[in-house]
Design a protein around this ligand. Structure first.
Ligand code: AMP
Ligand code: MG
Length: 401
């Protein structure tokens, strides 16, 4: 479908089409030992009350609050790991470590700081309130309660909570298998000498890194030359993945073969070209459940296309609760001419300013300028329209990590 420029799809419409074709992958059972970065497919519930028993929050003595203040006989000691062998009787105290089981009969812990030890089995205790320094059973979470919700990517605190609540395995979405395929006869790997007309291949590594950070298992294929057979061989293999991301070869030149060869291989094109700068010739299609993204070859176009369309798809494949690009609000520094037909994403530096942030566009915004882009920490959205956005305008931006 080739539209006149004025009728190009908007970013939002294109993203809607992508997400409409993307459903969460199957769930599998994963040991929490290897679940870091995985996305929960089902709510995880606590196996036990947390804490599992009333425990001491301090090193000190378990007491009956009604016996304080006063002199108490020390009848034993509770170490972490096992309960006391007998209950606490009137006029008695038991030494207790942080995390120790509060003995039956005790209703408070007198911290060591408020205790004077007279001799081996007598202490003098200041007044303590009922309940003081006792962590109640289930006061953190109760057995059966949801501890981490479906759609959450598991980080250190989530994993700690699961472990503490006795959850050894969790149902997680399968990780998406992604294949990256750079195209272009001019591309050489860094480390070799360039012949005239050649350039170093950069997009493969950009995309591989972005995909891996988004949670995919990535395989990067060597760049293919602009040759139909080479495209066919590489793409037929790539299409076995959940997600194929190519770079280059989606413009209108005679060497732009990606869409043609994909069509031959049964890829149904959902859209080609979006009203975005850089990255207009981006293509998206599907074959079966495989998502196929054709990003333009200019490295900044590939980077921007990934942020806007590919990352949301990778997140949606993992069942992330909100896969949309995380736009935030900030203040533009310097005025900016708008493009009449395309929403533009400009590279900017971000700095805190009062309660918000200021965004200073980099000089050198052309889509081949990957070296300059490396110093950016945000993509600022300059909506299409007439005239310019003034200095101080409130804008949406995407943070770059
Ligand atoms: P294309 O989209 O194939 O027309 O490529 C647009 C521009 O991006 C050309 O200048 C290409 O040489 C350049 N280019 C394409 N692929 C890559 C790549 N993988 N790494 C760096 N530059 C690229
Ligand atoms: Mg090319």
């Amino acid at each position: 479908m080739r539209l006149p420029v004025a009728e190009l799809l908007s970013i939002a419409e294109a993203l809607r089409l992508v997400l409409a074709r993307t459903s969460p992958l199957a769930a599998e059972t994963v040991s929490i030992e290897t679940a870091a970065g995985r996305v929960l497919a089902e709510d995880a519930t606590a196996r036990v009350d947390l804490p599992p028993f009333p425990s001491s929050a301090m090193d000190g003595y378990a007491v009956r609050s009604v016996d304080t203040p006063g002199a108490l006989r020390v009848s034993g000691r509770v170490a972490a790991g096992a309960p006391a062998s007998s209950p606490l009787r009137r006029g008695e105290a038991m030494g207790i470590a942080t995390g120790g089981v509060v003995p039956e009969g005790a209703d408070a812990v007198a911290p060591i700081e408020v205790v004077v030890e007279r001799d081996n089995d007598t202490i003098e205790v200041a007044s303590v309130d009922a309940g003081a320094h006792i962590r109640l059973r289930g006061s953190d979470i109760g057995a059966g309660e949801v501890i981490v919700r479906a759609g959450t990517r598991l980080g250190p605190a989530h994993l700690g909570a699961l472990a503490a609540a006795g959850v050894a395995e969790a149902r997680c979405r399968r990780r998406p298998r992604a294949i990256v395929l750079p195209t272009g006869s001019e591309l050489r790997p860094p480390g070799v000498r360039l012949a005239p007309g050649e350039i170093y291949e950069a997009n493969g590594l950009i995309l591989e890194t972005q995909l891996a950070r988004a949670g995919a298992h990535v395989e990067r294929l060597p760049a293919v030359p602009d040759d139909e057979d080479a495209h066919r061989r590489a793409l037929s293999r790539a299409l076995a993945a959940d997600l194929v991301v190519t770079s280059g070869g989606v413009s209108v030149g005679p060497h732009d073969l990606v869409r043609r060869v994909e069509a031959e291989l049964g890829v149904e094109e959902i859209f080609w070209r979006v009203a975005v700068k850089p990255g207009k010739p981006i293509a998206f299609g599907v074959r079966g459940s495989t998502l196929v993204f054709g990003l333009p070859g200019n490295p900044v176009s590939a980077l921007v296309g990934f942020e806007l369309f590919v990352r949301p798809a990778v997140l949606a494949l993992q069942g992330i609760a909100d896969p949309q690009p995380p736009f935030r609000r900030g203040t533009l520094r310097g005025s900016r001419r708008r493009s009449p037909q395309r929403d533009e994403l400009i590279r900017a530096r971000l700095r805190p300013a009062g309660a918000g942030v200021e965004l200073e566009p980099l000089t050198g915004q052309e889509s081949h300028m990957i070296a300059r882009s490396a110093t950016a920490d945000a993509l600022v959205l300059v909506p299409r329209g007439e005239g310019e956005l003034p200095d101080g305008a409130e804008v949406d931006y995407l943070p770059l990590s």
